[in-house]
Ligand binder design. Structure first.
Ligand code: DC
Length: 229
């Protein structure tokens, strides 16, 4: 029987999780799962059909019914068959996703989907609760962090590259608000799992972060390959 490997990467927004997780998955031939995209897709659906973010029952229904698929190495996100890859990356949806992700019923529904996605193959999954809730027995757990200033700088660059004009102050404010909400919510708050390796990416390049995690994976598995038991 072949053992499936789970690499769990958690951390705050802008720590570099998505870029690094996608590159690692590509390098190892694992499936990349961006769980934030799933919360974003539910927020988009709720906004489009006028669901109040306080209506927790309706939000849970939407999360249960949502068919979210991640294609093309996580670059394409489909919600009920529609390509929403760009629509879920707006500031409004960042804020909405942070709000819907506080709803316990929404989390239950999406965690279930995340576990199903990883049932068949080895994965690199990134989010806020992967090492703590979704896969507490993950083979490799990393908590990827960076200073608010560095995270704001990265976000600013990303927004400018997409033609979105904003200020550093605005981006820092948004990051601090999201951090606060993600860390203090009652349901699965963002936190480092006790057995996760803490990595601060502030002074590191993407390549350096990738190499550090790859080294961990190699140490703890048969060179990152699925192995027989
Ligand atoms: O990683 P991201 O910025 O795309 O995530 C969007 C929001 O979803 C973020 O504010 C926190 C939430 N989220 C979560 O609560 N749990 C996850 N596993 C992933 C994201």
């Amino acid at each position: 029987m072949s053992k499936k490997i789970v690499v769990a990467i958690d951390g705050p927004a802008g720590a570099g999780k998505s870029t690094v997780a996608r590159r690692l998955a590509q390098r190892l031939g694992f499936l990349y799962i961006d769980t934030g995209a799933m919360y974003r897709a539910v927020a988009l659906w709720a906004l489009r059909n006028g669901t109040d973010f306080d209506d927790v029952h309706r939000l849970e229904q939407l999360a249960c019914a949502a068919q979210v698929s991640l294609e093309n190495g996580g670059r394409r996100v489909l919600l009920n068959g529609e390509d929403v890859s760009s629509a879920i990356r707006t500031q409004e949806i960042s804020d909405g996703a942070s709000k819907v992700s506080t709803v316990a019923g929404v989390r239950r529904a999406l965690v279930e989907k995340q576990r199903q996605m990883a049932a068949e193959q080895s994965v690199v999954m990134e989010g806020r609760d992967i090492g703590t809730i979704v896969f507490p027995n993950a083979d490799i757990k990393v908590y990827l962090d960076a200073s608010v200033a560095v995270r704001a700088e990265r976000r600013l660059k990303e927004l400018f590259s997409r033609g979105i004009e904003t200020t550093r102050e605005e981006v820092e404010k948004e990051i601090r608000e999201r951090d606060e909400r993600d860390r203090t919510r009652a349901a699965s708050p963002l936190m480092q799992a006790p057995d996760a390796v803490y990595l601060d990416s502030s002074g590191l390049s993407i390549e350096e972060v990738e190499e550090a995690i790859l080294k961990l994976i190699r140490e703890r598995t048969a060179n990152g390959k699925e192995f027989s038991r």
